[in-house]
Design a protein around this ligand. Structure first.
Ligand SMILES: Cc1cc2nc3c(=O)[nH]c(=O)nc-3n(C[C@H](O)[C@H](O)[C@H](O)COP(=O)(O)OP(=O)(O)OC[C@H]3O[C@@H](n4cnc5c(N)ncnc54)[C@H](O)[C@@H]3O)c2cc1C
Length: 505
């Protein structure tokens, strides 16, 4: 195509990635973002001197020995960033004083699980075998520091692994976490593994996440989410890209079944040779394009697939250190003295993420803490019809959480200096994500085949229009966002008969 201009909707990781690779390959792109910061869901906000991190727990590809690391260098995220690898993924304190620690080190995890529940030895070994499979796969990925010979050998090893273990992987992908873990006889192990992520999520992802953690390839970046987003924005700009903030896109302009530009909410139009939406899929397909290019296959996910549940997200600023609590990747949980109603559900345990691995998020001697609970979008939508009720419920949630934290951390009520409650509607308002979801489509047995064969980045009958990001990449996540933008620009280069090239800034 002669016209090399591209209008990109959304400056989340996927939109920034598409922009970065577009610029690297001689396209002239501009990003239109409705918010006033880069990063979309990968963000953070300040309250009373504390930073509430709204996203990152672990970043797959953080190890310089991994294949993915090169991508993080290309988009400018890896450079100068310090990653920490906690020893524990999560830590669950049971009602009887027993503790199940999901160690990142697979040997340690296996030993601990066998000691905690000898009766589950067979299933524990199956579980650990799945993690080890992931470890082997991760280590088989070629890296840029490999010699040509090493890359060739790794390529061969990877091919052999796919041939010999591909079926096992597919079976794991088609098994939910609930189905796999329900067979554990020990209630603490069963419950922890189910709540560690989501019961309906494919067990494959739990196992592979533990594999990345074992390989120290899913570290937490000191500074958290926003600095990574700002680094990507910087990289994009350094390649000549331009981001227009507070520029909400209302429509994709189409002429003769060909996308020719975008229209912003202020009525202004921008023409471009191609349009990429890296924004929410539902809004893109059914509002920006009025559902005109949505056949049955395009509609199917929006009608049938489950999404990652929206969150009630409570950030707290606490005037104390938590040196006595082990650092974790994803937090700890403890049982409540009695089941307690918090907003739309009665909860019997409390998940708490103490950011004691990152002193940059709080003033000296203080700590940023987050409590994340799945919560129904419709519940908050109905409440929000009356603003006062909505605000009162948020206040009530804040009070309840602090009271419940007292059960595990006596005296904390006096130390809490700030509480900030975000609901599914907050996520929707700031990022546009459908139903306030935080990661798009869940991978379940129903759509597991999509992971093997990527979802289409185009819509039937519409030319020069493309999508990238978590709505066309089941499972979502930051690495997927970057790879989604990369895979799209690779396809554009192919269509234009150009060689796809990348560089490290
Ligand atoms: C609490 C939480 C924890 C998470 N933890 C992790 C983790 O540890 N590791 C990990 O890899 N991932 C994690 N994720 C998931 C990850 O953040 C997302 O999957 C990823 O950021 C999605 O990127 P995206 O670019 O596809 O979409 P988004 O980030 O949603 O970006 C879309 C962008 O489009 C903009 N936009 C929307 N509509 C319009 C419009 N009409 N006009 C203009 N702009 C528009 C939005 O403002 C936004 O900036 C987490 C997410 C959350 C919320």
């Amino acid at each position: 195509m002669e016209d090399k201009s591209i209008a990109i909707i959304g400056a989340g990781f996927a939109g920034l990635s598409a922009g970065i690779y577009a610029q690297m390959n001689g396209y002239q792109s501009q990003i239109y973002e409705m918010g006033d910061l880069p990063g979309g869901l990968c963000t953070a906000w300040k309250r009373k001197g504390y930073t509430i991190d709204g996203c990152i727990h672990w970043l797959v590809g953080s190890s310089p020995n991994s294949g993915m690391y090169r991508f993080w260098q290309e988009v400018g995220v890896a450079q100068g960033r310090q990653f920490v690898n906690a020893e524990q993924f999560v830590r669950a304190e049971g009602p009887d004083g027993r503790v199940f620690t999901v160690y990142c080190d697979v040997d340690k995890l296996e030993k601990h699980m066998l000691e905690l529940s000898p009766q589950d030895a067979d299933l524990t070994r199956q579980f650990i075998q799945g993690v080890r499979l992931g470890i082997t796969f991760d280590q088989a990925q070629p890296t840029t520091s490999d010699s040509v010979l090493q890359r060739t050998l790794k390529g061969l090893k990877f091919g052999l692994l796919m041939a010999s273990k591909g079926k096992m992987m597919q079976d794991l992908m088609r098994t939910t976490t609930l189905d796999f873990t329900n067979r554990f006889k020990d209630p603490l192990i069963r419950r922890t593994l189910q709540e560690m992520w989501l019961p309906e999520f494919s067990i494959f992802f739990v196992l592979f996440t533990l594999a990345y953690l074992n390989n120290q390839n899913a570290g937490y970046p000191i500074g958290g989410s926003l600095p990574m987003s700002l680094a990507m924005e910087k990289r994009y700009k350094s390649l000549g890209g331009q981001v227009h903030y507070r520029s909400k896109v209302e429509k994709i302009v189409v002429e003769n079944d060909r996308a020719v530009g975008i229209r912003l909410v202020d009525g202004s139009e921008v023409r471009a040779g191609r349009v990429i939406s890296a924004a929410d899929g539902h809004t893109t397909i059914f509002k920006m394009l009025d559902g005109k290019y949505a056949d049955e296959k395009v509609r199917e996910p929006y009608e049938k697939w489950p999404i990652f549940p929206p969150l009630l997200f409570v950030g707290l600023g606490v005037n104390r250190r938590f040196d006595d609590v082990p650092q974790t990747v994803s937090g700890m949980s403890y049982m409540l003295r009695q089941p307690t109603e918090i907003a739309d559900a009665v909860r019997d345990s409390m998940p708490v993420h103490i950011f004691n691995q990152d002193p940059t998020l709080a003033p000296e001697g203080k700590t940023s803490v987050v409590v994340m609970l799945p919560s129904k979008y419709d519940y908050w939508k109905a409440l929000a019809e009356d603003k006062a009720s909505y605000e009162e419920k948020k206040d009530q949630v804040a009070r309840t959480i602090v009271t419940l934290l007292e059960q595990r951390f006596p005296g904390i009520g006096e130390q809490v200096e700030m509480v900030d409650v975000a609901t599914p509607l907050t996520f929707e308002r700031y990022t546009g994500n459908w139903q306030g979801t935080f990661e798009g489509w869940l991978i379940t047995p129903q759509n597991a085949h999509m992971v093997m064969k990527p979802m289409s980045q185009t819509l039937p009958g519409l030319e020069n229009f493309y999508q990238c990001g978590q709505w066309v990449e089941p499972g979502g996540g930051l690495p997927t966002g970057v790879m989604s933008g990369r895979r799209l620009v690779q396809a554009l280069c192919k269509a234009d008969g150009a060689k796809f090239t990348t560089s490290v800034g």
